[in-house]
Unconditional design. Structure first.
Length: 274
């Protein structure tokens, strides 16, 4: 079973629900797009999928149809109630919660890998949700996220590219990220004004920078300070955060700017004596 555009329109009308901009509610109503998301997510029998922002359940049904167990997270009480009706009888657990406040350890307690996160996320919460999952949910080994194009491009950007920033480095610390598809506004209801992309992340077996050598919070603090004034040379933007001699020890030019350093460079710089 799939939810078509007319099905979604009917459910919204029957329950008196109007999608809200504040929650970024744009529902995928195109069967081909749903099939593509499921295929790229590489989920199936024996696996568990955490879907964030399940909405009315169009993608939820498609994921459940693979034989995977689905944990469907939905923050909107109105949608969660409809979602429970839509997925009734399937191996889907509907959880009414805010993904940014969710206790991920509790959610995944007793769950065996592989665990995949699939989400259609609005601009306002997309990056915080992804970073939270990478930091707090180590059982999630793969993520497939539909997000506004500009956000997705920042996630996958490499050193030297215009979109490269602190979030690019933090994601690269935890995972290999790649842009695997574009999604036009026409597949959504209501239709957004922006293009979306699909980003796939595969968690590294070990972080890109050894946390036993450089604690993650130290690494994060140095990256954050470096990009706070990205147009400045690092010897100025990192003054008071790293010692002047750290640049030579790390093999990083003090005249370099933040966007020139890859994750390994940041790791060496953060690991040098303070």
């Amino acid at each position: 079973m799939n939810l078509s555009r007319s099905d979604v329109q009917r459910l919204l009308a029957e329950h008196g629900i109007r999608p809200t901009k504040t929650l970024g509610q744009n529902f995928v109503v195109d069967a081909n797009t749903l099939e593509r998301v499921v295929r790229l997510a590489e989920v199936g029998p024996g696996g568990t999928v955490v879907e964030v922002g399940a909405g009315l359940g169009a993608l939820t049904l498609a994921l459940a149809g693979t034989g995977a167990r689905v944990l469907a997270i939905e923050i909107d009480r109105r949608l969660a109630a409809v979602l429970r009706e839509v997925v009734d009888g399937r191996d889907v657990e509907v959880i009414e919660a805010d993904a940014l406040r969710l206790d991920w350890a509790e959610l995944l307690a007793g769950v065996s890998p592989p665990v995949t996160l699939v989400a259609n996320l609005p601009y306002s919460v997309a990056t915080p949700v992804v970073i939270r999952v990478l930091e707090d949910a180590p059982l999630v080994g793969r993520l497939l996220v539909m997000v506004q194009r500009e956000v997705g491009e920042r996630w996958v950007a490499r050193a030297g590219e215009p979109a490269y920033g602190a979030v690019s480095v933090k994601i690269a610390y935890w995972a290999e990220a790649s842009l695997v598809g574009r999604v036009p506004p026409t597949v959504f209801l209501p239709r957004p004004r922006v293009e979306s992309v699909l980003v796939r992340m595969v968690r590294r077996a070990e972080p890109a920078v050894d946390p036993a050598v450089v604690p993650y919070r130290r690494f994060e603090a140095v990256v954050r300070a470096g990009f706070a004034h990205r147009r400045k040379m690092l010897r100025r933007s990192l003054a008071g955060t790293v010692a002047p001699e750290a640049f030579e020890l790390a093999g990083v030019a003090p005249s370099a700017r933040a966007e020139e350093l890859d994750v390994a460079d940041w790791g060496r710089l953060a690991g040098a004596p303070e």
